[in-house]
Design a protein around this ligand. Sequence first.
Ligand code: HEM
Length: 309
Amino acid sequence: MLLAHMFGPFKRVGYFLLRRQAKEVPARCDELFETILLEHEQRSASAAANKRDGDDGPSLDCTNSDLMDILLRVSKDPDAEIKVTRKNIKAFFLEIFIAGTGTTSDAIVWTMAELLNHPTIFKRARQEIRDLIIGSGNNNRLVEETDIPNLHYLQAVVKEALRLHPPVIAAPRVCREACRVGGFDIPKGVAVALNVYSIARDPEVWANPDEFSPERFLQGKVEKGFQANGFAAFGGGRRMCPGSNLAFTVICYAVAAMVQCFDWKVADGEDGVRMEASLGMTMSLAKPLVCIPQLQVCFDQSQMEVSSL
Ligand code: HEM
């Protein structure tokens, strides 16, 4: 679709080929989100009725209402500064769902695949987690989300996996005015794409660009933020991924738990994971990653605080 869009006269080819799905999919998504919206409305109506009757039943305050409850409340508030329609709410959740799920799970898979292929890096990441847990005075606890800011090596591992295997390989833009980039004249209105994949492997920016080396992110320059020189996995500028911090935390947390708790064996293949990519909506590992977990012996399972997972 995107390619067709870029080649002016062929803009409509993509739509023509996929016209049935292009009509069906939005209708099905609309139905799904309508059902979820109705559930939220019913929950909030019965909470309001409980409150009126002085009942002790659950009420919907800011501690147990979610983002959809809040947006629904805004959409019904005649004095709200910003008008939000039902359609806006559905579109918002659809966008977050599309942009945030496959990308994040792909990044977790790529990171684990790299760790399985680099046992020394896996061990160092586990040691960092262990040192932190021991330092906290409770040897049996599981890694927690609040530990992530203190796990610098783990963060470097995730950034390095995102650099080598960005789930989103291109960030599209339309030129608002005619410009010249790298010797090419680009007319106003033309669609261009930021090549995230190539930027991340540019030998002028990265030493040994194809090598998985988390250490490079511990050396200062590229460690800060997601818009640093050459790190474009979350795009850049005003339209940069708004979910980058959430995604990064979720990836680090999921990987940390898997590294802390289990040894892993790749199900088929003595030679480790084959790092071939396939391209759909996102860039995924071509063959699903199948591996067998083995619980770490150092855990006393009877004392493990599983409630925090
Ligand atoms: C590993 C996970 C993720 C990666 C690699 C990723 C990557 C990207 C990239 C490259 C863009 C385009 C940025 C640009 O054009 O400069 C983008 C846009 C976007 N992402 Fe993410 N993303 C991830 C997770 C998430 C999550 C978890 C959410 C929401 C909860 C999210 C929401 C969005 C939205 C709404 C946009 C469109 C922003 C706009 O057009 O203004 N993403 N993402």
